[in-house]
Design a protein around this ligand. Structure first.
Ligand code: REL
Ligand code: ZN
Length: 421
């Protein structure tokens, strides 16, 4: 039944946008099977690298980076809490996000008593918190970032049965193979693969074997990498050979997409460690060449520079094997999510994946999705309103269909898989 008034239409879109289950197609979260790799709780939330870099803006030469890194997690969390929440107001997206989390967990935000918050969560088990957070955030499927070169993670896959939680899915991360080949060779050799630094036939075969074995072992839904902004393709270099001769052939063999996240400049301030990464402009023609060279290979693409977003969205009009996804990292802020969602819907309709969370700490699912759902709902409602003014009235079923495409189905359809129940 067509919705007859604009206000009812807006209420319906908002209600559905805020409550519909979502597929979070890129996170750094893990299921409880991965033990300590799964980060959660108050202190982990406060020492999120987004908040670390924001806190250092309120410190001076008297407070060395080293002194911060030497502190315990709890001390670091206290330091950040004071700087960002007590001495200043938590206005930034990440700081505001922490408040959204406390609020949704039912904690008294007005007390500003950090120890109370710690205590409130202290008696929960990891499994309880996972259930609770997935319930509050309405996240149904969580994609992990899985790196077989990480010894702790590898042990879970090889010796402890891997992922057993059907709400979690693997994505095989291949950064070292593409961006730090000498190191990757050492790792491959230590895992028993006969690889050499020189790109020989044997090395190619062994890299493919490594990728295939791990795709199968993890049941990886896609291959993933973060690339610097100066990534050029095609080029006479290691990356192009690795992509053309190992990664794309293996993706094709297993029928999985290749996700490239392009535009990061690692450690511009090494003192900040994980918090020291920066964004940089990228060359969209690299993605264009990939999509044209491999028309039957699917590419999931996101970019980190605001300046690349429009061109990338236009490119998706040209290639059906290109799926644009998410507002990544520094773009995951209110103003950018709104801007990007608007022009993506204007250029692509609903054939886009508007958001992923990139969470590193479990409870972040709560704020990242709540903040994004609201904006995506508002943008969608404004598009329906324009149609309404021309006499085109959407039904509740159509709103559901469109939101489900944005939040779930575009991802699963792109994989060529039924969305699991
Ligand atoms: O997957 C990536 O490469 C990035 O998303 C991460 O490196 C980054 O640190 C992440 O926390 C950003 O949101
Ligand atoms: Zn990420």
């Amino acid at each position: 039944l067509a919705i007859e008034s604009i206000s009812t239409m807006k209420e319906t879109v908002e209600r559905l946008a805020m409550t519909m289950p979502v597929t979070d197609m890129h996170t750094h979260l893990f299921s409880a099977d991965f033990g300590n790799l799964l980060l959660w709780g108050i202190d982990e939330l406060l020492i999120y690298h987004y908040l670390i870099s924001e806190s250092f803006r309120w410190s001076d030469d008297q407070e060395s980076y080293e002194a911060f890194w030497a502190m315990s997690k709890r001390e670091q969390a206290d330091w950040i809490w004071n700087k960002l929440f007590i001495e200043h107001s938590p206005i930034s997206e990440a700081a505001n996000g922490f408040i959204t989390i406390l609020h949704r967990l039912g904690l008294d935000v007005s007390s500003r008593n950090l120890n109370d918050y710690r205590e409130a969560l202290a008696n929960r088990t990891t499994a309880q918190q996972v259930d609770e957070v997935l319930r509050i955030s309405n996240v149904k499927h969580v994609l992990m970032t899985n790196d077989p070169f990480d010894p702790e993670e590898r042990d879970v896959w090889l010796n402890r049965g891997g992922n057993k939680d059907s709400r979690f899915w693997a994505a095989l991360r291949v950064d070292t193979l593409l961006n730090d080949w000498p190191n990757a060779v050492v790792q491959l050799q230590s895992l028993g693969y006969d690889a050499a630094e020189q790109w020989t036939e044997r090395t190619k075969v062994e890299v493919r074997r490594f990728l295939s074995e791990w795709i199968v072992r993890m049941d990886a839904l896609y291959l993933a990498v973060s690339m610097p902004g100066d990534f050029v393709y095609p080029a006479e270099d290691h990356r192009t050979r690795m992509i053309d001769e190992a990664m794309v052939p293996v993706c094709q063999e297993h029928g999985i997409p290749f996700a490239l996240m392009i535009g990061v400049r690692r450690r511009v301030n090494p003192e900040l460690r994980l918090a020291g990464d920066m964004s940089m402009d990228s060359d969209v023609t690299a993605v264009e060449a990939l999509c044209r060279n491999y028309p039957t290979q699917k590419f999931l693409i996101t970019m980190l520079a605001r300046s690349n977003q429009h061109e990338l969205t236009v490119l998706a009009r040209k290639f059906r094997n290109l799926m644009v996804f998410g507002c990544w990292w520094f773009l995951h802020i209110e103003s950018m999510v709104e801007e990007m969602t608007k022009f993506r819907l204007e250029l692509l309709g609903t054939s886009v994946i508007p958001q992923h969370s990139d969470c590193r700490v479990f409870e972040q699912l709560i704020y990242k999705w709540e903040h994004s759902r609201r904006i995506i709902g508002q943008v969608l409602a404004s598009k329906y309103e324009r149609l309404y003014n021309s006499g085109w009235k959407v039904t509740e079923e159509e709103i559901k269909r469109d939101l489900d495409d944005l939040f779930n189905r575009n991802f699963w359809r792109f994989l060529g898989k039924e969305q699991p129940q």
